[in-house]
Design a protein around this ligand. Sequence first.
Ligand code: UDX
Length: 449
Amino acid sequence: MAPRITVIGTGYLGATHAAAMAELGFEVLGLDVAQEKVAMLSRGEVPMYEPGLTELLRRHVAGLEGSTGRLRFTTSWEEVGEFGDVHFVCVNTPQKHGEYACDMSYVDAAFTSLARVLRRPALVVGKSTVPVGSAARLAALLAERSPAGAEVELAWNPEFLREGFAVEDTLHPDRIVVGIGGVGGERGEKLLREVYAKPIGEGTPFVVCDYPTAELVKTAANSFLATKISFINAMAEVCEAAGGDVVRLAEAIGHDDRIGRKFLRAGVGFGGGCLPKDIRAFMARAGELGADEALTFLREVDSINMRRRSHMVELAREAVGGGFLGRRVAVLGASFKPDSDDVRDSPALNVAGQIHLQGGQVTVYDPKGMPNARRVFPTLGYADSAAEACRGAHVVLHLTEWAEFRELDPVALGEVVAERRVIDGRNALSPREWQEAGWTYRALGRPTV
Ligand code: UDX
């Protein structure tokens, strides 16, 4: 019989994973400690903006018209323990307040609650991004506290999904990485091969390794991506000093297959719930292991990234005549990247906030990120459209490259602003189009024209 699956934690990762498992044909039970989240998901509603997720959920949530009924949600640990053969733990590990290290309290609480209800053989699969060494510790916790003891195994299976592509990345991953423990680990591997039979059958590489390697794969991958972005942003700084064009430079170096073209878009830098906190947590953990020297470059990666934001503020200040008092600044974008409503560590919102705190009259517009932005930064001005945000502006800042912004008509927009000045913080607008419409176009890492 096919294994029955539970998913613990129904945030981005968990909600997507649960729906994807149901799509693969399994009976799935999702658990969250938040009653209101469980209620929403049970109605087929997704508490965040993620393309395709609502449809996927509605196709499977029990009780919805026309659904397969394979997916249910609960707040009951007892139910989870009775139901599941394979338990995926998908809770988050945010950055600790005022520290680099990540907060393991949700993971620890989830494992502790789960262990108590494991009364029969089960495989627990950790998917959360954790400091290396956590899996071994959590395996010991399960062995010690589960009534089923040695019949419970742990595998570590990091997740690489990108927000905005979560469904696609979960159903068609680039690779599946599985860390297994010593004795009995192969049983876990066998079960996971069964769970992931479909993507494996489609040619997805399946990499088996030990716990620490699996944990490190995730942080190493995110560190590499962050480094690539900061590298191109460092080149943008040099281009600005030397009069070069970083967009052309990225294109030219990217033609070398060894470098590749992806993740070389210079701009206001990376944000979100993963890259910034993952590189910081990685540095903190390396410090504990006495390997901090190996990762000192990540400190530089982080500071290049943060410098992009202050540089953007400086360019905006220059554009409005040297000071923000009495100046109106339109900010296009609030989410940390397009096709997401997530504003965690968003460069756009950070720049908007800095200008606001320095006395500028900031008006923000984002296609999907407004409710979250309003909640975390209620004192900023908000508008219901790009044109409204730009009304009377002395400078327009383009900080999140939504398709909607690329399609803006600079001629029409030129009619509503006070000054036709735009700074393209994502190198995504067409300089020629904006200039032809009478705008002073400025971008990061490109010559001023
Ligand atoms: C990232 C990883 O890509 C994913 O594999 C991991 O599982 C979680 O972290 P995500 O946070 O969804 O995913 O965003 P991603 O698409 O990687 O973008 C991160 C940030 O980098 C965004 O703020 C984006 O605007 C920025 N970025 C990306 C650039 O500034 N330049 C680029 O060339 C690419």
